[in-house]
Design a protein around this ligand. Structure first.
Ligand code: ATP
Ligand code: MG
Length: 429
């Protein structure tokens, strides 16, 4: 029976392992193999005079990254990884790897991102890279567990849609029989319609598609969004949920992924609650003082300003009370100051992590807001309909999973947080 490598303990006296040949060192009378599976690395030692000739023959010429099956006694040896070695009495090449490899899995030669993504399956064999995806899995598990524990319902909404969520240009058009269709840029309209359906608390973790033309280190054309929507709640309520969720995710990863964090050299600090909150006006004030700039009310906060504000605020802070005109039509204006919306962004010094708001739930106001954005209410009829038959007040947010991972693990490029990134130039593998 195959034993995962990490299950070989000082008490193990005999083992059968199956894994990839990580390294081969032939010293003439003695050959060493390092064999790797997802749990670890073990040394396989073959003194030519001591192992059966059939084993020597089977192992002859095996290339790096081939899959091999090795069976034999386990011995303690101080110099080997994990302090043990296997001296095989059986050896089989299960699947041979071609040489040369398109990528050095042992990682001594640094590879360009493109080379790595072209052979991503090999790239991810590297423990440091694989660690990112084990942690990604733990992040999603923690977020999902947190939301279930708070009574949320996990939903799945369509990715092929007829109308743009925000009427923007960041859409991929699609050939859909005789109709014009798009890949959805966000589940926004659908999660709101499910508030009209009486679900009260929903979440979705799914792909969002954005036809962003610019190549940046924090934009993907296909990203993963964690979306949340809550009825009978305002922006403050959902900011609290977001804050609790981020902390729960960090705690889970810090508890359960110590080895993976060590592979990445990350010393994870749990964010402190409550996250600081500043208003949009305070934020542009900070940026103006730091950069000698002249941002005024209604201007977008660009990358340089974002960075300056981040330096003053530290990790994880909210910018609240945004100008209504630069937030989407579905963000609820303050009744007494309609030029400001009950909208927020969760920020990290390196980028925006999440956007959210209390939503407009009144049909007449929503129609007015859609018009004010220069959009036509007719093309949103399927959505507006849900606001005419009893729509509860509600609020929610969307959080980019890759950005969360990127900031958590200090990755230089968002593409590192996706197995098979989609950007302007890449649709394979
Ligand atoms: P940015 O201004 O940084 O481009 P955005 O304001 O356009 O982001 P939203 O529409 O508010 O993004 O989407 C909610 C969240 O989804 C963002 O805060 C981010 O975490 C994530 N997100 C949005 N677009 C992308 C993208 N192209 N690549 C990766 N993540 C994204
Ligand atoms: Mg945003």
């Amino acid at each position: 029976m195959r034993l995962p490598i990490h299950a070989i303990t000082p008490e193990t006296d005999y083992a059968e392992i199956v894994g990839w040949v990580h390294e081969v060192r032939d010293l003439g009378g003695l050959t060493f193999f390092l064999v790797r599976d997802r749990t670890g690395i073990v040394q396989v030692t073959m003194p030519k005079k001591k192992v059966p000739p059939a084993v020597l023959e089977a192992a002859h010429g095996v290339s790096r990254e081939s899959v091999v099956r090795v069976k034999g006694p386990v011995k303690a040896i101080a110099k080997a990884p994990g302090g043990r070695e296997i001296v095989p009495d059986e050896f089989e090449i299960v699947s041979i790897a071609e040489s040369p490899l398109p990528l050095d899995v042992v990682g001594k030669v640094p590879a360009e991102l493109d080379t790595r993504f072209d052979a991503r399956f090999l790239d991810v064999r590297r423990p440091r890279i694989r660690a990112i995806f084990f942690i990604r899995s733990a992040v999603i598990q923690a977020a999902t567990g947190f939301l279930y524990s708070r009574g949320f319902v996990n939903i799945t909404t369509p990715k092929v849609v007829a109308a743009a969520t925000e009427g923007g240009t960041e859409l991929f058009p699609l050939a859909y029989f005789e109709k014009e269709a798009f890949l959805n840029q966000s589940p926004q309209l659908y999660k709101q319609m499910l508030m009209a359906a009486g679900f009260e608390k929903v979440f979705e973790i799914g792909p969002i598609f954005r036809a962003e033309e610019h190549n940046t280190v924090r934009h993907l054309n296909e990203a993963t969004s964690l979306d949340v929507e809550v009825s009978f709640a305002d922006h403050n309520d959902v900011m609290e949920i977001l804050e609790d969720l981020i902390v729960a995710v960090y705690e889970h990863v810090a508890d359960l992924c110590q080895d993976r964090l060590a592979d990445l050299g990350v010393d994870l600090k749990i964010p402190e609650r409550p996250f600081p909150r500043i208003t949009y006006e305070e934020a542009i004030g900070i940026a103006n003082r730091a950069l000698g700039g002249n941002l005024s009310f209604g201007d977008d906060i660009g990358t340089a300003a974002e960075k300056a504000i981040g330096e003053a605020m530290g990790e994880h802070y909210f910018i609240v009370d945004w100008p209504t005109e630069i937030k989407p039509y579905y963000a609820m204006p303050y009744p007494d100051r309609p030029e400001i919306a009950k909208a927020f962004d969760l920020m990290h010094p390196r980028m925006e992590l999440s956007s959210g708001a209390q939503r407009v739930h009144r049909h007449d106001l929503l129609v007015e807001r859609i018009r004010a954005k220069g959009l036509s209410p007719e093309s949103f009829e399927f959505y507006l309909k849900a606001f005419r038959y009893g729509m509860p007040p509600h609020a929610g947010w969307g959080l980019g999973i890759e950005r969360l991972l990127m900031t958590m693990l200090d990755l230089g490029n968002i593409r590192e947080a996706v197995l098979f990134p989609r950007d302007r130039h890449r649709i394979t593998p």
